[in-house]
Design a protein around this ligand. Structure first.
Ligand code: FPP
Length: 252
């Protein structure tokens, strides 16, 4: 079934090298390259997104098995509305299918499923299914899967500023109360630690309006692999590299 896979022998070498005591707590991923994966095969872009969902299933399972606590996937950005209507519809349909098909298995495996972003702008069915998924899974103690949907970091920061300014205006807080924690607590990611590791496949070296406040001290890992081809072995490689970096957080 979904979670109880046998380890692929090709993966065991790198998996054995990973220090299980130093698994990153929060991994964020910019899932990219679905369109180019499809184009390379002469397929419609929708097939690339569909193949991308298969990768999501694999990577969620692998993350959960590794003991990663938070996995944040960039599924739909505030800028993605600029895509052709058909493609937006495909992405929303895939989201709906994914939630309906996988939620029971995710729940059984102790996964919390939640969204970050302004989901009020998504189709009604998606909002309802996301609410249902969160209500069902919110008390689980395993992996927390954050789906970034209609998410944009600038939008998130702008909303936080407006909230905080309103609190100051009402006299509930003073300017001296504004610190990093207050800002973090006004973001969609409230209560979630900042990502330790950010992965972007597909050969692009951009952040694309993702978690701009939260990635101040995050380690980045890039790869040329398109998202539909992003097998667990690449996650292992990213974690192995991460474990061999020296994180100083501005210190020495
Ligand atoms: C980027 O590839 C991918 C996206 C914008 C969407 C990612 C969405 C999914 C994998 C499926 C739907 C989500 C869920 C949660 C089920 P791209 O289209 O920008 O690729 P390209 O740069 O090669 O064109």
């Amino acid at each position: 079934m979904f979670f109880k896979n046998k380890s692929d022998p090709a993966n065991t070498d790198i998996l054995n090298k990973i220090d299980k005591e130093k698994i990153p707590k929060h991994v964020a991923i910019i899932m990219d390259g679905n369109g180019r994966w499809a184009k390379k095969r002469g397929l419609p872009r929708a097939m690339g997104h569909r193949a991308g969902v298969e990768t999501i299933r694999e990577i969620v399972k692998t993350s959960s098995n590794l003991g990663i606590k938070y996995l944040t996937l960039y599924a739909f950005s505030t800028e993605n509305w600029k895509r052709p209507k058909d493609e937006v519809n495909t992405l929303m349909t895939l989201l709906l299918e994914f939630l309906k098909k996988e939620i029971d298995e995710l729940h059984k495996n102790n996964v919390v499923v939640r969204a970050i972003g302004d989901i009020s702008q998504l189709p009604r069915q998606c909002i309802d299914e996301l609410d249902r998924a969160y209500t069902l899974t919110k008390n689980n103690k395993g992996l927390c899967l954050n789906l970034a949907l209609n998410y944009g970091a600038r939008d998130e920061i702008k909303k936080a500023i407006i909230n905080i300014a309103n609190q100051v205006k009402k006299g509930n807080i003073g300017l001296e109360d504004i610190d990093d924690k207050l800002i973090s607590d006004n973001l969609y990611t409230k209560g979630i630690p900042d990502p330790d590791l950010l992965i972007r496949p597909s050969g692009e070296y951009r952040i694309s309006n993702y978690l701009l406040w939260q990635i101040a001290y995050t380690e980045f890992w890039f790869s040329d692999i398109y998202w539909p081809d992003f097998k667990p072995i690449y996650l292992y490689k990213a974690i192995y590299d991460y474990q061999n970096r020296s994180r100083r957080f501005g210190g020495v």
